[in-house]
Design a protein around this ligand. Sequence first.
Ligand code: PLP
Length: 384
Amino acid sequence: MNKMQRIYLSPPHMSGNEIKFVQEAFDSNWIAPLGPNVDGFEKEICQYVQVNHGLALSSGTSGIHLALRYFGVGPGDYVFCSSLTFSGSCNPIKYQFANPVFIDSEPDTWNMSPKALVEAFEWAKKTCNMPKAVIIVDLYGQSADYDSLLQICNHYGVPVIEDAAEAIGSTFKGKKCGSFGNVGIFSFNGNKIMTTSGGGMVVTNDEDMINKMRFWSTQAREATRHYEHRDFGYNYRMSNICAGIGLGQLMVLDDHILLRKAIRQRYIEELKDLPVKFMPISDAGKPNYWLTVITLDEDSSLSTEEIIDALEASNIESRPVWKPMHLQPIFKECPFFPHLDNKKSVGEELFKRGICLPTGSAMTNNELERVIDSLKKIFNRVKI
Ligand SMILES: *Cc1c(COP(=O)(O)O)cnc(C)c1O
């Protein structure tokens, strides 16, 4: 085997079961959208997450879009959203011509800061800009602090969209992520902990919500023989082929979580003498360990860029932590509420010092050693 074969951050990890469901779809000619794999996948995700209804979609982003539309978000409305996240969390706010308001992270889980959220709500109350919804992200597979966050959102009477795109299988106080918001969203994009080669799902206990979303996601076709439209919709549904991949992936999700947990543990043991820390994990929950994320100590003589470049030279993929949305050129005019009083943002600091390391569940021992050795060498070079 080529020693310098590329090591990816989080590549797909097939179990062998996926192809059986896909083959069944071919054998029965259920190639078209919808079909028995889609129904089965929705049912099994609901059972796994312990919610009543699921709707399989072509992406996680489309799920957030449908949720915003359901909550009546329209032109000029405000929507609160975690700042430290992927743009898929907040782009749908723009699809509805609404205004994002970004909320900083707290340092304990890197998720939405309850303190900053309260400040944002107080600002909204004073300026009559009450949001129509709050999008709370479960970052890198770790649950946000729903005890505090839901209490605050309930107090102000605003519904919660839980962006659990990265957090399928994670729990908070024994309950699965995705089940905390009025609606939860999962992503099955190629680099997530489980993949359908591209896809997503919304889950909720609200039957009216799921029915409206199903209607909009299939071009808003009325239940008539001819094509009748009283509303406009989208082509957002998952195909029966993709759902087959999802059924196979779900069978091994819990095993893959354990593999990723072991990879993180190994990094912790091996990198303990380097000037780095690991993303903290709260006692309140169990993450799915999607990515192992380190932060460089403040006095580190290396920058994240230098480390990522050096790993790249060994053909190892790593990434900076998400660049917070309030720092993105497209969103720079949007209001932002920091966690700290001195207006420094926790998210910005994490972006400056954070690096996501390869954490794929299919990573071999040799590959893991290659990443660890490379990291040790990079840091030792500077010492000399
Ligand atoms: C991946 C991701 C999304 C978007 O999901 P897609 O399936 O790629 O549309 C949204 N939010 C977060 C936090 C993500 O990581």
